[in-house]
Ligand binder design. Sequence first.
Ligand code: GDP
Length: 588
Amino acid sequence: MENIRTPIVCMLGHVDHGKTTTLDKIRGSTVAERESGAITQHIGATEIPIDIIDNLCGPLLNKEDFKVPGLLFIDTPGHHAFTSLRSRGGSLADIAVLVVDATDGFQPQTEEALDILKRYKTPFVVALNKIDKIPGWQTTQNSPFQKSITKQKNKTQTKLEEKIYEIVGNLHEAGFQSERFDRVKDYSNTVGIIPISAKTGEGIPDLLMVLVGVAQQYFQQNLIVETQKPGKGTVLEVKEEKGLGKTIDVILYDGVINVGDQILIGSHQNPIKTKIRSLLKPKPTQEIRETGQKFQKAQKVDAASGIKIVAPNLDNVFAGYPFQVINNQNEQKIKQEMQSQVNEILIETETSGVIVKADTIGSLEAIVKDLKESNINIRKATIGDVSKRDVVEAETIEEKLDRVILAFDVNTIPEAKKHAKNKDVEIFTSKVIYRLIEKYEEWVQEIKQKREKQRLEKIIRPGKIELLPDHTFRQNNPAIVGVKVHSNIRPGYRLMKKNGQPIGELKEIQDRGEKANKAEAGKEVAVSISGPTVGRQIEEGDILYVDIPEKHAKIIEKELKDKLTEPEKQTFQEITEIKRKQNKFWAI
Ligand code: GDP
């Protein structure tokens, strides 16, 4: 038997833009129906039947045209829940609502949500929230937008239009065409923007209407489920329940599950096999109040539903894992399919690169993709808190830039934190994917610049000295002489004469009796030179140059030329001339 299932809807958007309030309003405006039992509360989701949407929308919606039985809203908003709702590389959510605060506009998490929607190819609508905050806005509680807008003064209407066009511009930059929803001609190529106020309820009927319309138009095929088929779903959350132990809240998106069914749950080790002990649904609010019990048992559940599964062996299950009902015939096949599905994302075997940890398989997938796009190598990517084991693994990596753990919305066990500090392992954390990657990239840049600076500091620079008359303090072993510095010198530099003849190494510099690690142009200092004897290889009055190795001269030529001082530039020129007398192609 075939059935059209309820489309699954998920809320995304920047923090504080009103996702929770919008959900509450959608549920709140249907509270009366809930009490009467017309609204079905699921675990982790709320189902709004089409009749109720029809009541709310009034003439906006012609129920007869619609076959979808209602809308199933995931109760937890945010891209977390969204990316956890994963099925075969796509999202389980059929439609997303991108909530944008009209006064705040596009923000980092709005952009990130858009990226995710693009990646998962999930159709979405924009709820332009908090329109009640537009100066001059006249509220009509819970009214459809199209009615509310007629009550506004021209000036207020213009302000709203400006906000809408700002969003149209942002969406355009992200590659989407969009329009105010009542002007959209074709939802298959245009994103509808629905102005709403989650506070006053204005626009909520329009939002529901558009969602039903979009679902109906684009998903009718996808929404067909076989009610007798073995159930398929995704783990939304793993929860410890008093008296029940570890349980999993799941969204069933296809088929049916029964108490006693065997299920396989895809995990990053082997798929986990378990048997459903009980299926739980929430009790109606009234009864929870009366009995103090949260759940009621069900024998059988059809898609699409949110339910709690009680079963043994759930210790290694994480949000985002897929599950499927199995029987003896298909177990092996499903096992393989599931494993390859999970393995696509979880990386365990690379020898170089960073370690990535995330809270759900969906967010892990998103990070891995972004890191790959940024050409960042990944050694290991798994789900769960940062453990000492992760740090121990990171610490074995020699390259500092890879001795790193990128942790997305997970905790770091205190012991792991301590160990990381001792072992020079960097842990980066963030709740926003792009920020996490940005933080890491900024740090990499910093380290690279430091390294670059150190590398260039090691380059032998063009120095030149002149032996002062009557300033020979010792003739040899080493020779100690007073010199005038024409361009900077440092101890350790090898020296040569004007004709290119090498004469030894500059050992030490003494500036007014103090040992110095450099001497700048213009100074008169004493230097010791190992190798020559004054009066034989060198004479008072001689000019000596730093004997720059050819490799260093090439680096000076390419990378340091504009960082040389004027005297250094001049000296470099002279050194090059000396060297080229011996070798025409020196440092070319
Ligand atoms: P979330 O982080 O996206 O879930 O945002 P919330 O739903 O928690 O809302 C953040 C804040 O904005 C709360 O203080 C809400 O009361 C307020 N808020 C949400 N929607 C509206 C609205 O339509 N109008 C006004 N004035 N405030 C709103």
